[in-house]
Design a protein around this ligand. Structure first.
Ligand SMILES: [Zn+2]
Length: 377
């Protein structure tokens, strides 16, 4: 009798852990091309050893090389996206195992996700699932620094796909998958005034600081907790000394929002700021960096399928969202159903306690493999 996907994965638990260790050992800070390329090569070797299929290396000049792996064939395509870069400098935190938990740089964000994806694909092949669609596994190298060198590629592949799976880290501890992510905009507001002596002729000057304070109070009114819009004035600076009316002041603002329409509204509102103080000149730069991954009906349907799969293995799968963005925001914005947070259970992304629970690796790989199986047939 043919083995089940889950049975196959359970049987290869130990090898799954070894795959993860090999990936974490190959440290890959986003801005270190030499190390990143080594990690990319380890990943390509693992794909060849474990899965086998087409490997296309996309050479990059300033960041690590990227890879487009694929198996199966057919008119339709399903896309899985991941990144192998991490936020950690070399040797910043140690790789070690304790009580069934693996700690290390990038283990949760997102080498664990790469591991379960490799094994999900291997399980599909090994259990004889008919690969009647093309499955593309695109792995990039600059997600942690804004995806400037991969966005176009991600969007190009997404446009060809009916569905995008993102094995990024799951919601901490619960393992919940992410059915929405907020969008992000970053703006800089700069004010130019006229400097004069604060004692001799104060009213002849134009204080850039006074104007900036008024602007920020106005912008802050856009903050709306119920609607899921947050406005964070992250930095502020200006002026030179106490006895001079400031001729320059600036602030950096981070805006987060839940729907595309909100993002457009915020963008328009911030850009159309008019000065309160005559003669103060305002310059606004920046933009909406990523639109949100909205929780659409299609995404919730995907989630209910995943929930059924999880229940079949004795797990209760939950869903949730994140205020942080991922490359899934790009694909969702194109209108392609995207489900995120499919990586292993764990905690501590970007934190020194970053870790993954080893015993659940087969379950998390089965979520991906069995969802793919349903979409293939
Ligand atoms: Zn990540």
């Amino acid at each position: 009798m043919m083995q089940t996907i889950f049975g196959y994965l359970e049987q290869h638990k130990r090898e799954m852990k070894e795959t993860l260790i090999r990936l974490v050992e190959a440290e890959s800070p986003s801005r270190n091309k030499l190390l990143s390329d080594r990690c990319g090569q380890v990943l390509a070797d693992l794909f060849e050893e474990l899965v086998g299929g087409q490997i296309e290396k996309i050479e990059k000049e300033s960041v690590g090389n990227q890879y487009r792996f694929s198996i199966g064939s057919g008119q339709e395509q399903i896309l899985i996206i991941g990144h192998y870069d991490t936020v950690w400098d070399q040797a910043a935190i140690p790789l070690h195992e304790e009580d069934g938990i693996l700690y290390g740089p990038g283990v949760f964000d997102m080498k664990g996700g790469l591991t379960v994806t490799l094994w999900a694909l291997k399980a599909l092949k090994s259990t004889g699932v008919d690969l009647n669609k093309k499955i593309v596994f695109l792995v990039t190298s600059d997600e942690e620094i804004g995806s400037l060198h991969s966005r176009a590629l991600i969007e190009e592949e997404a446009r060809k796909s009916e569905l995008v799976l993102v094995p990024e880290s799951s919601i901490s501890n619960s393992g919940a998958v992410k059915t929405f992510r907020k969008g992000i905009g970053i703006f800089k507001i700069e004010v130019t005034g006229t400097a004069v002596h604060a004692g001799i002729n104060p009213w002849e000057g134009v204080s850039a600081i006074d104007e900036l304070v008024l602007q920020l109070q106005e912008i802050k009114k856009l903050d709306n907790r119920e609607a899921g819009i947050s406005i964070n004035i992250g930095t502020i600076s200006g002026g030179t000394r106490t006895n001079v009316v400031a001729d320059h002041a600036e602030a950096m603002i981070d805006v987060r929002f839940t729907t595309k329409a909100q993002g457009q509204m915020l963008d328009a509102a911030i850009r159309s700021c008019l000065s309160f103080i005559p003669r103060a000149v305002i310059d606004i730069t920046g933009n909406i960096n990523r639109y949100p991954m909205e929780e659409t009906k299609e995404v919730l349907t995907l989630f209910s399928e995943l929930k059924e799969i999880a229940a079949g293995h004795g797990y209760v799968l939950q869903n949730g969202g994140s205020g942080g963005a991922s490359d899934g925001n790009f694909t969702a914005t194109l209108g392609i159903p995207t489900i995120d947070g499919l990586g292993p259970m764990g905690d501590g992304a970007h934190a020194v306690n970053e870790h993954v629970l080893l015993k659940n690796l087969p379950y998390r790989a089965a979520l991906i493999a069995e969802l793919l199986e349903r979409k293939l047939t």
